[in-house]
Design a binder for this molecule. Structure first.
Ligand code: SF4
Ligand code: SF4
Length: 206
């Protein structure tokens, strides 16, 4: 495998990982409300990326038409303006690649982007709900906000769902350490937020 370039090996990894994710989404279809044009998951985040993911994302950017590129550059400037006025806590922002509620670099999106919407299980067994449950979207039918629990039957014992809600180990550090990533000798490089990578890049010249 190492006879392939790192970019090629990453694409092989992505194919594998995307296939696994597709199975997860299919298995949990009853709770998944994702559809084209729904973009809350790209409207408030830090978007951690590795250097490798970021380079691949830029490859997608390079293929865009000049109007779309200009919109993305404008979005980056808006995020930076907002960041300059940000006082405390984690800085959350709209992803600059989101154009008219659609990802402009969908085929080249990062790992975190691909996992949006699934129920996540951490190493300590704790679960993280996809945040859009707050908008009545993914898993909202089985999540009790007051109790902070997934509940699959109502007070009369009636089933609230046909499928068992299942959480997956999809956090980036875990995914980046999957055996397949090691077998492919994937060198991820440094990780940073997307906006930090963008600000250090030469995106305006691409
Ligand atoms: S993860 Fe949530 S916000 Fe994102 S597309 Fe799916 S339903 Fe919409
Ligand atoms: S790269 Fe695309 S999928 Fe990922 S956060 Fe940005 S708009 Fe959303």
């Amino acid at each position: 495998m190492t006879e392939y370039t790192l970019e090629k090996r990453y694409q092989i990894f992505l194919k594998f990982f995307q296939r696994e994710l597709d199975k997860m989404f299919k298995n949990q279809a009853e709770f998944i409300k994702c559809k084209e044009g729904c973009s809350y998951c790209c409207e408030k985040g830090e978007y951690p990326f590795s250097e490798l993911e970021f380079k691949f994302l830029l490859e997608g950017y390079k293929k865009l038409d000049s109007d779309t590129k200009a919109k993305i550059l404008f979005n980056i400037a808006k995020v930076n303006e907002k960041m300059a006025n940000h006082k405390t806590g984690r800085f959350m922002y709209d992803c600059p690649f989101l154009i008219e509620h659609r990802c402009s670099v969908y085929e080249n999106r990062g790992i975190i982007c691909r996992t949006f919407g699934l129920l996540c299980e951490h190493a300590d067994g704790k679960l993280t709900m996809p945040f859009c449950h707050e908008y009545g979207l993914n898993y909202s039918a089985v999540y009790n906000k007051e109790k902070g629990q997934i509940i699959t039957t109502d007070k009369d014992g009636n089933k609230l769902c046909e499928t068992e809600p299942k959480a997956f180990r999809i956090q980036r550090p875990h995914v980046m350490n999957l055996t397949v990533a090691k077998d492919l000798d994937i060198d991820w490089g440094e990780s940073k937020t997307l906006i930090d990578f963008l600000n250090e890049s030469n995106i305006a010249d691409l």
